[in-house]
Design a protein around this ligand. Structure first.
Ligand code: FES
Ligand code: FES
Length: 164
């Protein structure tokens, strides 16, 4: 059976990939979408985070998931958004990206796409999250440069504005 899902709003149909191909490898090697990064490649660092939307009990659910441990068949019938798909119609930055810039939430930038996608997904699903909840919600993402203060400032600003 072909695998079919939405990638940044466009339908993709995959018939020729092994069932164990990860979303991260497919995005980076086949689709040349290199925003999601390969850090640990085992679900620990969040550098590869994408947002996956699915229907659960008839409710739309947005999750930030690690593309390095997602196999392509797991995405059938879902919607995947990568950092490349966040920009607005005229190419403008998403509010989470603008807030990240404003609050200096990025240094080397390696973790940044993952944090942006995790923030986008978490604050979309939990628009009124408290600081404590945001800390827990972003707890799966690591920054080796230690820019956590700026990242939290960014997320708090988005929460204050009503979510992502
Ligand atoms: S590369 Fe570290 S969680 Fe995916
Ligand atoms: S900005 Fe360098 S790893 Fe986070």
């Amino acid at each position: 059976m072909d695998i079919e899902f939405l990638l940044n709003g466009e339908t993709v149909r995959i018939a020729d990939q092994p069932a164990t191909r990860t979303l991260l490898d497919w995005l980076r090697e086949t689709r040349k979408l290199t925003g999601a990064k390969e850090g640990c490649n085992e679900g620990d660092c969040g550098a590869c985070t994408v947002m996956v939307t699915s229907l659960l009990d008839d409710e739309v659910r947005r999750q930030s998931l690690n593309a390095c441990i997602l196999f392509l068949p797991q995405l059938h019938g879902k919607s995947v958004r990568t950092v490349e798909g966040l920009k607005g119609p005229k190419g403008e930055l998403h509010p989470v990206q603008s807030a990240m810039v404003e609050h200096h939430g990025s240094q080397c930038g390696f973790c940044t796409p993952g944090f942006v996608m995790a923030t986008r997904a978490f604050l979309n699903q939990n628009p009124k999250a408290s600081e404590e909840e945001i800390r827990k919600g972003l707890g799966g993402n690591l920054c080796r440069c230690g820019t956590y203060h700026g990242i939290m400032q960014c997320a708090m600003e988005i929460a204050k504005k009503g979510g992502a």
